[in-house]
Design a protein around this ligand. Structure first.
Ligand code: HEC
Length: 105
């Protein structure tokens, strides 16, 4: 009975953590040509969850993808662009204003 109070105080914290985990696991990547390419080209060395857990600006995604190409990811320059567009759109960095990214055209 004496231990009941501390345990009760911790319960909301545990519930909160579990909910955060569930939200992460159920976040399904939106469909698109970029997703198809990522599943084909990027799931080779690591889980795509490693990709979709990140949030980066467009230039940062471009740097990551070309880094992966250097490591052995088989992506053509066109495919690289599709993948970067997809990731920047769906897994962008919300804290960075879009205007800070240099325009592509
Ligand atoms: C030839 C193997 C290989 C392929 C193919 C590959 N990666 Fe990776 N990737 C790695 C390795 C090794 C690491 C872990 C080392 C690190 O974090 O620098 C990694 C880490 C990552 C990370 C986490 C680290 C970071 O910089 O954010 C992301 C995101 C990522 N890869 C994205 C991709 C994408 C997108 C593709 C497809 C274009 C891809 N990877 C294809 C080898 C690969």
């Amino acid at each position: 009975m004496r231990n009941l109070l501390p345990a009760a105080a911790l319960l909301p914290l545990i519930a909160l953590g579990a909910r955060a985990l569930a939200a992460e696991a159920s976040a399904v990547p939106p469909p698109g040509p970029g997703l198809d390419l990522i599943n084909q080209r990027c799931a080779f060395c690591h889980n795509t969850a490693q990709i979709f857990s990140q949030h980066k600006s467009a230039p940062a995604w471009a740097a990551t993808v070309s880094q992966m190409a250097n490591r052995g990811a088989e992506v053509s320059p066109e495919e690289e662009k599709v993948i970067v567009d997809y990731l920047a759109k769906n897994y962008g960095a919300p804290d960075q204003p879009a205007t800070s990214a240099p325009s592509q055209k």
